[in-house]
Structures are given as C-alpha cells and as structure tokens.
Design a protein around this ligand. Structure first.
Ligand code: ITT
Length: 203
C-alpha cells in the first residue's frame, strides 16, 4: 500500500523513508503533497503526533504516519522537549538552539548533563483508527557539538551505547537496528521497531 509521511522536516523524512524501505511500502511526504502544517497544540509528544497523522490521513484518504519528537534535558526540567523545533526559531538554527541549551545549563551552574530523545510515532487511518508507538534513547550532552551528520540536535547528543555522537554516526548506525534481536538505537528507530512489529509485514 501507500502511506503518507506527515512531516515537513527533511531530516526526519530521510530517516522515516530509510526505516520504511525494507517493507516495500510506497511513501509520499506531506511536503511533496503540499499539505498544510497543522498547529501543534498538544501538551505531549503523543498528542502532537496524532494531530499531524490525523490531519494528513483525512486530507488524503491514505494511512499516514507522523513523528513528534524532542530532546529532554534533565537539568533544564525536560526543556526543550516539546519545544525542540521551536527553540531553533523560524530560521531552523540548530547551532543556535544547541548553544542556548549550553547557555542555560551554565546559567544554572548545572553539572548534570543527562538527557534523552523521545519519539512518538502515530499511524492513523482515514477511518479514524490510530496506533501510537514511543521510543526513547538516553545519553549525555557534549560540548562543543561533534559531527556533521544527522540533523537537529544530533551533534550535541551522545547515546550511552556509543562513544560517538549522533552527529558522528552514519544513518544506519544511528538507527542501529538489529531485526533478529528486535533492538534499535535511536528513539525513532526504537519507536519504529514497535510499529513495524504491530502494523507491517516484511515482504
Ligand atoms: P514536523 O512536525 O513537520 O515533523 P518538526 O521539525 O516541527 O517537523 P517536531 O515538532 O517533532 O518536528 O520537532 C522535533 C525537533 O526535535 C526537530 O525539529 C529536531 O530538531 C529535534 N529532533 C527530533 N528528533 C531528532 C533527532 O533524531 N536528531 C536530532 N534532533 C532531533
């Protein structure tokens, strides 16, 4: 079948296409379809993912899947969290957003550099049915940022499982999927593994 990937974020789109690739589903993005971006009015990742997935499913009559995600910093009481995209401003300045995290940690005299990424994935069908899957990955914030790969806050985040930041890992290493063992590394790949187990058939 055909699905809509309900995102306007090109970094996420690349990852979601890579994750879907083994399943032979034809994927078209919300950007390619010129779908409007719904307002993310939720107070939780799961709500915002559902808003985006539902809007795309009802606009297209196709199943749609959306990701809402963010970086939660312990010493900043979970910020930027739900506001991770908004911290980059209208110009999508993630160097600036990472510098803001570092500045706010310094302002608090924080020594705790623990943080985690969250991904909420919602798959919504035009008939109103929907399924939610979540993934998390825990790690440390590094400064200065390291690596040019990935997107968003990747250069600042070093998962506990690797010596390299997400910005230094290749795409497949960041997903870190081991299908046989049912394990993955990134928050998005972890959420996707649950989604795949529940909703997708390997060809
Ligand atoms: P869509 O809503 O169109 O999908 P968005 O960028 O607005 O795009 P979110 O509202 O979910 O998406 O914002 C999540 C932000 O968190 C995103 O802009 C990234 O900067 C950051 N983020 C999420 N996953 C990430 C990852 O794997 N690596 C680095 N940064 C990530």
């Amino acid at each position: 079948g055909k699905v809509v990937i309900a995102t306007h974020n090109s970094g996420k789109l690349v990852e979601m296409r890579e994750l879907l690739a083994p399943f032979g589903v034809e994927a078209v993005s919300a950007g390619e379809l010129n779908l409007p971006e719904p307002e993310e009015t939720g107070t939780m990742f799961a709500e915002n993912a559902a808003i985006k997935a539902r809007a795309a499913a009802s606009a297209t009559g196709l199943p749609a899947f959306a990701d809402d995600s963010g970086l939660c910093v312990n010493a900043l009481d979970g910020a930027p969290g739900l506001f991770s995209a908004r911290w980059s401003g209208g110009s999508k300045d993630f160097a600036g957003a990472m510098a803001r995290i570092e500045r706010e940690l310094a302002a608090r005299g924080a020594t705790d550099r623990r943080s985690h990424f969250v991904s909420a994935l919602v798959l919504a069908w035009p008939d109103g049915h929907e399924e939610l899957f979540e993934g998390r990955v825990f790690g440390e914030l590094v400064w200065p940022p390291r690596g040019e790969r990935g997107f968003g806050y990747d250069p600042m985040f070093k998962p506990d499982e690797t010596a390299l930041t997400f910005g230094e890992l290749g795409a497949q290493e960041k997903h870190g999927i081991d299908w046989e063992a049912g394990r993955a590394l990134s928050h998005r790949a972890r959420a996707f593994l649950s989604l795949a187990a529940a909703c997708l058939r390997r060809p």
